[in-house]
Write a protein that binds this ligand. Structure first.
Ligand SMILES: *Cc1c(COP(=O)(O)O)cnc(C)c1O
Length: 440
């Protein structure tokens, strides 16, 4: 099926803030044409728009003025990213000794680091305590024992306790973390949360400062966050009544949806800030609790739209039914989201003007898996051919950070762009990187 030759304008809901259409010849990000970046750094290539990241940080800071915004580093982390986050005044959530090592190498202030994870290893916990991270979010009773076994530090370790509010985030099951009977947190309903609080309150070496919940990812309804907030405030009131302890912090997690295709739902920082704060205030008023400091932890909502991946086309095939497959030089090793969650993407031809009409095209990767798809039914010019460049927006979160070496394909570089300059942030993996670990 051929459609019109008119190319859609750049939709800034899914493209980086500085993305700019160069009269149909190319798209620039951070003032640099993507084809020029592809020439300079090769493909596949991850491009990150620093301006977009900083603008998103500022929007969240403004929306939660008086609260705290923690960037969830697992979405995308490197030293440059950690520095941008630090400079914008956000805190940082890490969930392994590895993420902590990157934060530490960037000199990220320890007090503004929160350590997460449903199963932190003794090495993770030791690294966190050695660096003196501000808070550790405890997620199991074994972890409380493991922490206690590490011995006391000069100052008591501040803790948040992760609880299950019993709210279904309604997104993909693999991204739902606020319901009963999944692996994260202590159940409020079963009494496990109250028991965990009992275990840490009054234990020397620990200072419980608040409760934490995170109901999932790609959540499109603010009401679900409000419901979770009310349930956790209810538990804060119970803790006050039982232990006479008023916890000063309430961490409501992240998971704010971003659009991947034009027209997809998204949560605006301003709207969620206003409604969440109102919900917390009113719940606290009903229990005569002082309003705690509210923390949110956006990951995807900070970094997703800053990222564009550029691939080179290796081949074009037509199936028996007429379906057209365009193969690119990357795939599930740099973008596992289609195979994990059935995610879909917008794809644009860049680096040359499209003259042919558009048709629905399946863009696939180079890996040995039939599920190695980048986009289904992407509208691409009918004359796309080997050597062309394709750009995929909204790949700044959970792409590089989830990348793998499947088929021993080398992971792509990440280039930061701003003000007409590109800077290599993470270099392309080499074959000697791959062989360095192969010591047998
Ligand atoms: C993954 C995660 C986040 C961030 O989720 P996004 O969907 O990227 O906003 C925040 N907090 C916790 C505890 C997480 O596990």
């Amino acid at each position: 099926m051929l459609l019109s030759t008119r190319r859609a304008d750049i939709d800034h809901a899914i493209w980086p803030a500085t993305a700019h259409d160069l009269d149909g010849d190319d798209i620039s990000v951070g003032g640099i044409p993507l084809a020029r970046l592809a020439d300079r750094y090769g493909t596949p290539l991850h491009v990150v728009d620093e301006t977009d990241v900083r603008q998103r940080c500022r929007a969240f800071k403004a929306a939660f003025a008086g609260g705290e915004v923690v960037y969830a580093g697992k979405a995308f982390l490197c030293r440059a990213m950690a520095r941008w986050i630090a400079e914008e005044g956000l805190s940082l959530d890490v969930c392994s000794a590895g993420e902590l090592a990157v934060a530490r190498a960037a000199g990220f202030p320890a007090k503004r680091i929160v350590m997460h994870g449903n199963a932190k290893t003794p090495e993770d916990l030791r690294a966190a305590m050695d660096y003196g991270v501000g808070r550790i979010v405890v997620d199991s009773t074994a972890e409380i024992s493991r922490l206690a076994a590490l011995g006391r530090r000069a100052a008591p370790q501040r803790l948040l306790i992760r609880v299950i509010p019993g709210v279904d985030g309604g997104s993909h099951p693999a991204m739902t973390t606020g319901t009963e009977d999944q692996k994260f947190g202590f159940s409020i309903a079963s009494g496990a949360a109250a028991e965990a609080v009992r275990r840490v309150i009054g234990q020397r070496g620990f200072e419980p400062v608040g409760l934490h919940c995170h109901i999932g990812s790609q959540i499109t309804s603010i009401e679900l966050f409000e419901r979770a907030a009310v349930r956790v405030v209810d538990l804060m009131a119970t803790i006050r009544d039982e232990h006479g302890v008023t916890l000063p912090q309430l961490d409501l997690g992240g998971g704010f949806a971003v659009p991947y295709l034009s027209g997809d739902a998204e949560i605006s920082p301003a709207a969620v800030g206003e409604r969440l704060m109102a919900a917390v205030r009113s719940a606290c008023a009903s229990y005569r609790l002082p309003v705690p400091q509210v923390t949110v932890e956006p990951g995807r909502a900070i970094s997703a739209r800053a990222g564009v991946t550029v691939y080179r086309v290796l081949g074009v095939k037509r199936g028996l039914s007429g379906r057209v497959f365009v193969t690119v030089d990357g795939g599930m090793s740099d973008n596992p989201r289609p195979s994990l969650y059935g995610a879909n993407y917008t794809v644009r031809l860049v680096g040359r003007r499209a003259t042919a009409a558009e048709r629905a095209t399946t863009v696939v990767g180079r890996h040995c898996e039939a599920g190695d798809v980048i986009a289904r039914d992407a509208l691409l010019p009918a004359d796309v051919r080997p050597g062309d460049l394709l750009a995929v927006p909204c790949t700044g979160a959970y792409h590089h950070s989830m990348s793998s070496n499947y088929n021993l394909v080398r992971r792509p570089p990440v280039v930061g762009v701003a003000g007409g300059n590109g800077r290599l942030l993470i270099r392309r993996e080499t074959e000697s990187d791959l062989l360095r670990r192969d010591v047998g």
